[in-house]
Design a protein around this ligand. Sequence first.
Ligand code: LLP
Length: 405
Amino acid sequence: MIPQLTSEQLLEAAHHYGTPLYVYHAERITHQFESLRQAFAYAPVRFFYAAKALTNLHILQHVHRIGADVDCSSINEVKLAITAGFMPQQILYTSNSVSFDEIAEARALGVHINIDSLSNLIKFAEANHGSYPVGIRIRPDILAGGNLQISTGHDRSKFGIALSDLPEVYRLIREKELHVRVLHIHTGSEIKEVDVFLKGLDLLFDLAPNFPHLEAIDLGGGFKVPYKEGETGTDIQALASAVQEHFYAFENRTGIDLEFWFEPGKYLVAESGYLLTAVNVLKRSGNIEFAGVDSGLNQLIRPMFYNAYHSIENLSHPNGAVQTYTVVGNVCETDTFAEDRPLNQVREGDLLCIRNAGAYGFEMASSYNARCRPAEVLFRAGEMHLIRRRETLDDLLHLQIPLGD
Ligand code: LLP
């Protein structure tokens, strides 16, 4: 059975810690991880959790405990992962547009590094880092993902080293003893079609014989999870079988043995997270009934930024007659969580639950309008734990420096 938090647990958390509140469910993360592990049991495979989806230390620790590795997009994420208990060899650092100093720091920490630009790769090779194995992120010119904003592998994307720059990479391998251990692509987020992964995989297989030190193919993250009722996500079983077929064919053809790496973010944590928010105000305008809540784009930006759909339910009035509401936030901007959404009758004070808020929810939150970021709670083995206290006005003032005049 798929682990879910009950309405009672969510109401209890909101009652205890107030709203707006992020609530996560550890067993759901474990469930997601196990489904990946089982599907790919045939292969030498490693799953690096894309920490950028949710970096709370307790989430990182949980992910570590259940046996995943971790993918970091900044040196601070690397440091958080180390703090959470990951060993350097369990940490992958994949970033873009970073200063070379950050890459040098990652090297000093001994973590795996994927380099995303020719410029930094040249610096890496020239700084006599030839012996330190490295991964390179390739821009495969594949258009994929839920929408253009989260599509990263197409031919106008800022990410990765262009295929046309590969001759220069081969030169570095020949002349500077650059040791390329991993070929990496990440074509986007919310990729449902198995074929997109296979297209990327075949491209990397074609390139593989040019890399004498190659040990792993890293296909990035991007597995889709269902956000809408009735929607389906990436068929992980189908993906695993198709990858297996391509993997064996490649092995038989070339005699090259490779590991598979993946970097799932959303797949592991999206469905484990809930944003609880209370209804402050009901307002009728023409035929629109607005439900104004105590959250906003500063706390969950996905609906406004990507036009993303998140399912919403009224926990306080589950049997109320269904009516249509436009759910909006309290930020001084148009911040619509859902337009014309059927909900059980909403009353001021009711508690709404926004689902699938675990990935890129709290993590992309800000203190815009000087509103404090929510607290975070983790349910584990049925117990509720506060894992981040609510931000306060003092926190907001803390970094500001009085001029003394
Ligand atoms: N690996 C790399 C190199 C990435 O850039 C990303 C996500 C991932 C892995 C994890 O992708 P996932 O499995 O979570 O789809 N904020 C957007 C998603 C941006 C993803 C950025 N990179 C959203 O909320 O939809």
